[in-house]
Ligand binder design. Structure first.
Ligand SMILES: NC(=O)c1ccc[n+]([C@@H]2O[C@H](COP(=O)([O-])OP(=O)(O)OC[C@H]3O[C@@H](n4cnc5c(N)ncnc54)[C@H](O)[C@@H]3O)[C@@H](O)[C@H]2O)c1
Ligand SMILES: N[C@H](CO)Cc1c[nH]c[nH+]1
Ligand SMILES: [Zn+2]
Length: 423
């Protein structure tokens, strides 16, 4: 991995999401799916996933067979993860509220789950059963009743057994074999097989992330949860082997993933670079990780810890690890990150699988304004206003003044008519 001085390094501005070629591909996929519906889904699945399908819905038989193909240790681990995710997200649940004011009026908020959501589970370069749980459980805790899951099939037209088992554990029934931008378009506009949803959530590669951006407005989306990213801020106390392992853990996801170390210790920088070389050689996904590190990886030498924090705030990474002597002291300075991991035992991988908070997090700098997927992702709030006579009498003249100032006479009249009745 290259070691560069902070003064000579610039964080990438976006995850190539504005790459024109990808944009035009995704726009054309969305247009085709809108026009040709299922026919376009079958055609793109053949072209992009190499699978010839005659139906998109996963059958009960496929789900049953999946249970026979996975071992009990995997089921046990998934169940443990599901319990942790549920426990964490139960804490986020909040109900409607209203207050009676002194003048007898009632003001509040009605909180309701969304009716129907689509969850995208990535499946191109790897199966992601963990992402099934991380998407679906917060939705179920929020009370969403209709959840549609989409995920790409392999070239034999199958969904990995591990993904189907995770769906069963999470409580998801409707699963469709379709991935990429075409799956997002199907959820946004509906096809003969796939019903239109109100919101699409879930992580994916650049095609998926960009398609979500383009259908926003037709439906809601959670965030831009694109190719994975990690920033590690480390000092001389950090274990270089741990730091290297955590950089590689994100780099192996995708050639577009990003892994960055920010440190003021030249010694640590050199040790981590050495460790990365050593550990990289033993990785199964060595090619993906190498490409990712070459295009988006860096070890950045800062003047001090403060500069490291400033750079990290500029990047607004999906994951931020604080591998420093006193991580809690640094936490107050962190303004933007999807999730923060404190101390040497909090490997980012813990958050990927088991800690409890959803691993679906904003990427490409969008942690500046977006949050982790949570129960809040699946609710909407309706304001509740019940005015009393006393309240209207007290406020009438101010409302009329504001309405007239805006030149909206009918607004003013709707208050006057009530006041005249009063007389
Ligand atoms: N941010 C998060 O919360 C989070 C969580 C988990 C995973 N991830 C990320 O999800 C991503 C998973 O990516 P993946 O590729 O393995 O699976 P994926 O399911 O996201 O994408 C696979 C699909 O991409 C489409 N595609 C691939 N090449 C294409 C092309 N040339 N033209 C048009 N469409 C094309 C195909 O339709 C294919 O089915 C990784 O980047 C990983 O880092 C992010
Ligand atoms: N690191 C990914 C989020 O960016 C999530 C994941 C799933 N499986 C392994 N990791
Ligand atoms: Zn990961």
């Amino acid at each position: 991995m290259k070691i560069v001085k902070a003064s000579e390094w610039k964080p990438r501005e976006s995850n190539k999401q504005d790459n024109r070629a990808i944009l035009s591909t995704v726009q054309s996929i969305i247009a085709q799916v809108r026009e040709k519906k299922d026919e376009a889904l079958f055609s793109y699945t053949k072209e992009l996933d190499g699978a010839i399908l005659d139906t998109l819905l996963v059958t009960e038989d496929e789900k049953t067979k999946a249970w026979q193909q996975v071992d009990t240790t995997f089921i046990e681990a998934l169940q443990k993860a599901a319990d942790r995710i549920r426990m964490f997200h139960e804490k986020e649940r909040r109900g409607s509220w209203w207050n009676m004011e002194n003048d007898g009026s009632i003001l509040g908020q009605i909180i309701r789950p969304l009716d129907r959501v689509g969850i995208y589970v990535p499946g191109g370069r790897a199966a992601y059963p963990s992402s099934v749980l991380m998407n679906a459980i917060p939705a179920i805790v929020a009370g969403v009743e209709d959840i549609v899951m989409v995920t790409p099939p392999d070239k034999n037209g199958s969904i990995p057994a591990t993904t189907l088992v995770a769906a069963k554990i999470a409580g998801i029934d409707q699963i469709y074999k379709v991935g990429g931008a075409q799956a997002i378009a199907a959820l946004a506009y509906g096809t003969e097989s796939i019903i239109q949803v109100d919101k699409i959530v879930g992580p994916g590669n650049q095609y998926v992330a960009l398609a979500k951006q383009l259908v926003y407005g037709q439906v809601d989306i959670d965030s831009i949860a694109g190719p994975s990213e990690v920033v590690v801020i480390a000092d001389n106390n950090a274990n270089p082997a741990y730091v290297a392992a955590d950089l590689l853990a994100q780099a192996e996801h995708d050639p577009d993933a990003a892994a960055i170390l920010l440190t003021s210790s030249k010694q640590l920088a050199e040790r981590v670079a050495g460790e990365v070389e050593k550990q990289l050689a033993n990785l199964e996904r060595v090619e993906i990780a190498t490409e990712s590190l070459e295009s988006n990886g860096a070890i950045v030498l800062t003047e001090g810890i403060k500069e490291a924090v400033e750079l990290s705030n500029q990047i607004a990474p999906e994951h931020l690890e604080l591998m420093v002597e006193n991580p809690w002291e640094l936490l107050g300075l962190i303004r933007h990150a999807g999730a923060v991991f404190l101390g040497s035992m909090s490997a980012e991988t813990v958050g990927d699988y088991m800690a409890g908070p959803s691993h679906v997090l904003p990427t490409s700098g969008t942690a500046r304004f977006s949050s982790a997927l949570s129960v809040d992702t699946f609710i909407k709030k309706t304001s509740l206003i019940s005015y009393s006579k006393t309240a209207l009498q007290q406020d009438a003249k101010h409302i009329i003044t504001l309405a007239e100032q805006e030149g909206l006479g009918a607004h003013a009249a709707s208050i006057r008519i009530r006041m005249e009745d009063e007389a």
